[in-house]
Design a protein around this ligand. Structure first.
Ligand code: HEC
Length: 173
């Protein structure tokens, strides 16, 4: 009996629920914010660590600490950990672990500040990304990051990832 009901159920359901409406191109555009490792998807913009420091102090330092040191067991450090990845106590930060500058940009743009995400305009995201890279010794204080220059910056752990070699995992690279 139960089996029969399962078979009949699709026939009893309406073809359309007449709920909602298709998303408008503008709505899709606001959700379409993914930035790829090679920089595809980055908006035109620019910023450096000098400008980024001001934004960082007012919007990020409260959680991540004035120098990006984080708060133990609460908020992640954004700086440090260099040379620790292959040790028994790896410290994974933007500086030591993240392979692409563009992913840092994407993560800040979509998720930070944690309590009010997506409030930073593109230039502020470039600036604050520059400041974090500066704290990690990856760029200089006045180095301008743009949608063209930022993807070319090579992060320290750029080649630290290896494809999963297990035969049942189809890893693409
Ligand atoms: C209210 C606290 C808070 C504020 C303010 C905040 N963050 Fe975060 N941040 C977090 C938390 C919690 C995480 C871990 C969860 C996550 O990555 O989404 C995080 C993660 C991050 C990461 C990823 C770190 C990693 O290695 O995984 C970056 C980069 C970052 N924040 C940058 C920023 C920047 C830049 C700002 C300011 C524009 C900012 N955050 C403001 C709480 C905060």
């Amino acid at each position: 009996m139960r089996k029969l009901l399962f078979l009949l159920l699709p026939l009893l359901m309406p073809a359309q629920y007449n709920l909602g409406r298709p998303a408008t191109p503008a709505e899709i555009q606001t959700a379409d914010i993914t930035v790829l490792p090679d920089g595809t998807g980055l908006p035109v913009g620019h910023g450096n660590a000098v400008a980024g420091e001001v934004i960082y102090k007012s919007r990020c330092a409260v959680c991540h600490g004035p120098k990006g040191e984080g708060r133990k067991n609460e908020y992640p450090a954004l700086v440090g950990g260099k040379g620790t990845l292959a040790t028994p106590k790896p410290v994974k930060t933007v500086g030591s672990y993240w392979p692409y500058t563009t992913t840092v940009w994407d993560h800040i743009n979509r998720a930070m500040p944690f309590n009010t995400p997506r409030i930073l305009p593109p230039n502020d995201v470039y600036s604050v990304t520059a400041f974090i890279l500066y704290l990690n010794g990856i760029v200089t204080r006045d180095q301008q990051l743009t949608e063209k220059t930022m993807p070319k910056i090579v992060m320290p752990n750029r080649d630290g990832f290896v494809p999963d070699s297990r035969p049942d995992i189809k890893a693409h690279r």
